[in-house]
Design a protein around this ligand. Structure first.
Ligand code: HEC
Length: 127
């Protein structure tokens, strides 16, 4: 059951990411006539859906979109650089934490970068 929910969530995340990057590519294509097709495709890959999918594991504690409703700090509203640096510091143990160090160790530096970019972009776009 728990596995089914996870698969379902991942599938939803993928489809919404595809829709989002699709519309970004469309918007880029229609507003700038001179832009080559390859550039809009590059823009779509820039919005890597993996960041969104990975970020779902954070929302169980940090709230939907990283907006916490409890005592755990929000990720939403924090810049990419801050989130990435914090995660790397948790991972190395340079920054003290109760749970984040164990959590951060489960991700590669590249995955951390993708998650940080996802949350950074989310806050930036919705401001
Ligand atoms: C099990 C609950 C839990 C999960 C899951 C979790 N966090 Fe955290 N997070 C915390 C807690 C608790 C803290 C406060 C530091 C500590 O004691 O670990 C924190 C702190 C942070 C901070 C520092 C916030 C600040 O204001 O400095 C960042 C950034 C962060 N988490 C990012 C993430 C990301 C990204 C993920 C997903 C990959 C994630 N967290 C998943 C519980 C969680």
């Amino acid at each position: 059951m728990a596995l089914n929910l996870r698969v379902w969530l991942t599938a939803c995340a993928f489809s919404s990411a595809v829709i989002t990057s699709g519309s970004v590519a469309l918007a880029a294509g229609s507003s700038a006539k001179a832009k080559p097709v390859r550039e809009s495709a590059a823009k779509a890959t820039e919005e890597n859906p993996r960041g969104l999918v990975l970020s779902l594991s954070c929302t169980s504690c940090h709230g939907t979109d990283g907006k916490s409703v409890g005592i755990i700090p929000s990720i939403y509203g924090k810049p990419t650089e801050y989130i990435e640096a914090s995660m790397l510091a948790f991972k190395s143990g340079a920054r003290y934490s109760t749970v984040m160090s164990r959590h951060a160790k489960g991700y590669t530096d590249e995955e951390i970068r993708l998650i940080a970019e996802y949350f950074g972009r989310l806050s930036h776009n919705k401001k």
